[in-house]
Design a protein around this ligand. Sequence first.
Ligand code: GLN
Length: 309
Amino acid sequence: MHDLQSLLNDINQTLISYEDRGVVADYIPELAKQDSQSFGMTVATVDGQVLSVGDTDVPFSIQSISKVFVLTMALGKIGDTLWKRVGREPSGSAFNSIVQLEHEKGIPRNPFINAGAIVTTDVVLAGHKPKETIGEILRFVRGLVNEDAIYIDEHVARSETQTGYRNAALANYMRAFGNLDNPVEEVLGVYFHQCAIAMSCSELARAGLYLANGGVNPQGGIKVIPPRRVRRINAIMMTCGHYDGSGDFAFRVGLPGKSGVGGGILAIVPNKAAIAVWSPGLDTNGNSKLGTVALEILVAKTGWSVFGA
Ligand code: GLN
């Protein structure tokens, strides 16, 4: 068995001098303030080890990684009827694209592009006030890690509310097709706040463990979701978790993964571990550039790709 901690240290050493770090997201002004030199990586194993290197205690904006948690909650609320309102096919277009929505009558391709996540947020919001729903999402994520310090960065939420014209367009468009039940402003309010959840790599890796462990959170043994649902969420992470870069991520890393424009990636090694990596510089698809390289090296050395060593 390889020594995971030395492997993480080696990855950090290799990447420290990397210059090609991509570009920090600037369409949400608050995210543009991030330091592109930040880098952290945590591996949390189902048998209780938590190994880290770099800036793994620094909270960052998880952005679209929140879509995994909100999908989990939406499925918990309405089960498979969710699939009448959102598909499960890769979109082959950008995370904030509107083009397919017209052809497909307001049904987003999958729950991990913005339009799809706005639908899962609408499902979780049903019957509640936006504030209650934001609280419910935060409580769910905190509960996965047993860490009440996880918070919502109000500056990021406000910054995105002020500039989220594309998301407003997507939401209005879907509402016109009857695929949003709640008022657009309320759904967007919740969506922007879930994206603004701030977590460190060490917290995020632990939060993802239920997806590596058949739906049971190994930290306390709580059953979060049934195994069948884990399998399906992991499948969607593999095929859709990196937008138009999902094929490339499968090719290079070969793990279910979900990226966010804050520069984080959550990757799942079924039955073994959850990995969180953070480096704010993004590639043209909005996925962490160095984060992907780090995962690529880790998987090459461990043989952890689901497609074989
Ligand atoms: N909050 C971001 C947005 O809606 C999330 C996008 C992302 O992380 N890819 O634009």
